[in-house]
Design a protein around this ligand. Sequence first.
Ligand code: SAH
Length: 341
Amino acid sequence: MLADLSYSELQSFVKKMGLPAFRADQLFDAIYSAKSISEISNLPKGLKSIIEEQYPKYEIFHMLKSKDGTMKFIISYPDKAIVECVLMKYKYGYSICLSTQVGCRMGCKFCASTIGGLARNLTAGEILGQLLLVNRHLGGSKKERKITNIVLMGSGEPLDNYDNVVKFIRLASSAKGLNISERNLSLSTCGLVDKIYKLAQEEFNITLTISLHASTDEERAQIMPIAKRYSIKEIIDACKNYYNKTKRKIYFEYTLIKDVNDSGEDVKRLRDLTKGLLCHFNIIVLNEVAQRPLKKTTRLFAYQFVDLLKKEGVSATVRRTMGEDIEGACGQLRNKILANS
Ligand code: SAH
């Protein structure tokens, strides 16, 4: 699929097809402006029919708008796979939360994205497609970027789809394309330790965010199956290595779950675990998912938890929740239409 190709790869493709070089620029412009093939006006019909098979066919299938202005887009692919992505408006501009897989196989107990398991990986160009379609929806094009920030926090585990995600980061940040600053891109992972070491070697300037959600391995294993594979200590060591290589502050996500991970002892253990690491905790109030029995704490409690962390010298804030009424908040993304429930 042509959106999987970098500009220079597209140039080689055009050359291999025996076409003049300027066709690569026309195609690149059309792809990055999220035009459908029928909307491209500067390509001859004959040429369109030759490349039609490889031209991107993802589209916005549906859009929901929250009371708070957050928008959830359902993107469909030609094989009928669908994913969700969420657009949030901040003071500094638009941030988009992208999905990296159709479903997820990590099995976290609090998260809706994992309920039907993993259907398939998205390719780099399919991840990019979400960004390009929503950029166009906002009136943007290749030349006019409307979205400045990306978080890889939609459905899927980005590091479980490593090669495609790394390629996507290169495409999204490429100066030829939308030229999104790597510093404005966050990758969130449940902690695939070997891949965190690998990511540190890529020489990206992206922010690494770890979904920690517990202060002991036993606690973590109750809610996150991945805890049986990697210990918290191994994750923290991988974060230290990531920091040493990139000098980027590490972010931890910590979703409070009533009577599971919300005690004063948790606060002290989090302090000890992260000693000496430049990091910040985003404390999240659990978004209850209908199919899951876990209970949330109050927002007031989350602020108190943050105060306790701060008293221990740990940097922390409560994450604002956005788009809850359209099930666009953390952990609520899933394939409702196809799952029919
Ligand atoms: N697989 C990646 C990215 C997707 S989840 C990861 O695990 O980080 C994005 C964030 O939302 C993660 O921190 C995840 O743990 C959190 N999350 C998932 N379900 C949630 C829920 N029901 N309420 C609040 N946060 C949730």
